[in-house]
Design a binder for this molecule. Structure first.
Ligand code: BEZ
Ligand code: FE2
Length: 407
């Protein structure tokens, strides 16, 4: 048992002063140091420095670790041009990121306070790096392929990757399923993969309504995707429309990434089914896609969380940076309210969406916690300052283990 004594604790709903936290793998108690010492007389006590703040570890629910080699190879500014550049550079990027490269990307997430991440794995090249990671990992085996003729081979490959991830026994590693998108996965495959996810109660995610091109292709088999599908895949028509695609997920809470071109009907459907939307503001900006309408999500009571996407559409894997960009992008939003929502979107709300017992400093929750060195006493605007200032993260605990910093 360890008792940690910070000056402040952000739970993240409330700010506590002069309280301590007792924990092993999970948080065992929150109270005054005297109370906790009496309850746990054998515990090691760690007194933290002045202006220290304990907060939940951050949760990055959507990252493509396999694409971590990208620096300037991919074209930014327009979604289809980016997609063509991905296809052209795919082999080089995948081959260019070995275990060391992927582990480095994962370690930078730890350095910036990410204690749980959701890895969207296209080829299982990242399995070893994710198994070795210090963080909790939801390992989303991704299924892609719009051509019916390829369905069996693609599904068998997906099942083999899923099985390999299910064989992992380490604590904090969760095998899961990703459907690439409505335009890129044949309905036959979507249904088969969803049967597996539902039967085995695996977490489920999909990209959804990321671009104007996707909207036009799903609505009327027109727009920028028309040439793409005709030339690369010999397809004249979309394999699915958005309503049909969404309906496959009914009754099973799913995390939909982007959703920046989603219409009211689809949002009502998402709300009714209690799905979550993953907001990746930097990726959306770099690929020339619209900004997520978070005001509408709030009105419709849809849970939204924040993630980085991969280094294929970002320059760092840092949720503090992501929150900052979001804060500035949504410039009509009330500043403090949005900052407060963003902190929850990377902690408690992300944990709930992923179904993991973390994201809060609360008795019974996994001890995934950060110690930040503030530069003074926090005030009512703490959420804004957490996002604006790059406060030093002096310690990171994951499942009660110190994974960054000194004792
Ligand atoms: C496909 O495999 O069918 C596909 C992949 C990427 C984009 C669109 C379609
Ligand atoms: Fe993505």
């Amino acid at each position: 048992m360890t008792i940690l004594v910070p000056n402040y604790i952000l739970t993240p709903d409330i700010l506590l002063k002069d309280k301590a936290v007792a924990f092993e793998k999970t948080i065992q108690g929150i109270g005054s140091l005297e109370e906790l010492k009496q309850k746990f007389p054998e515990a090691d006590v760690i007194q933290l420095q002045k202006n220290s703040l304990l907060m939940p570890g951050l949760i990055n629910a959507h990252v493509h670790v396999e694409f971590s080699a990208n620096k300037n190879q991919l074209s930014y500014g327009d979604f289809l041009n980016w997609l063509y550049s991905v296809i052209e550079n795919r082999e080089d990027l995948i081959a260019g990121c070995d275990l060391t490269c992927m582990s480095k990307a994962i370690d930078t997430m730890l350095e910036s306070g990410i204690t749980t991440f959701g890895a969207i794995s296209s080829h299982a090249m990242d399995l070893e790096a994710c198994v070795n990671a210090k963080q909790n990992v939801v390992f989303f085996n991704e299924l892609i392929g719009s051509q019916a003729g390829m369905a069996d081979a693609l599904f068998n490959d997906f099942l083999a990757r899923l099985d390999a991830s299910k064989a992992v026994t380490r604590e904090g590693f969760y095998p899961a399923v990703a459907i690439h998108s409505p335009y890129s996965v044949h309905p036959v495959l979507v249904k088969k993969a969803l049967d597996v996810a539902k039967n085995e109660k695996l977490k489920l995610t999909a990209h959804f309504m990321e671009s104007e091109a996707e909207r036009n292709w799903l609505d009327s088999s027109s727009g920028d995707f028309q040439k793409f599908f005709k030339t690369l895949l010999k397809q004249e028509k979309s394999v699915s429309d958005a309503d049909e695609f969404l309906s496959y997920f009914d009754g099973y809470e799913t995390l939909f990434t982007h959703a920046v071109k989603t219409n009211d009907k689809e949002l009502d459907h998402i709300a009714q089914q209690k799905h979550t939307i993953i907001h990746c503001p930097i990726s959306n900006r770099l690929l020339g896609n619209p900004t997520l309408d978070i005001k509408k999500l709030r009105e419709k009571n849809i849970r939204w969380i924040v993630a980085t996407d991969g280094l294929s559409s970002n320059y760092k894997l840092d949720l503090f940076e992501e929150m900052k960009i979001s804060l500035f992008m949504h410039s009509n939003e009330p500043l403090l309210d949005l900052a407060t929502e963003l902190i929850k979107a990377t902690t408690i709300n992300a944990a709930q969406a992923l179904g993991i017992n973390t994201g809060e400093i609360k008795e019974g929750k996994n001890a995934d916690m950060l110690v930040l060195d503030l530069d003074g006493e926090p005030n009512k605007e703490l959420a804004i300052h957490l996002i604006l200032h790059r406060y030093n993260i002096s310690k990171v605990f994951i499942n009660g283990k110190l994974e960054k910093g000194n004792k």
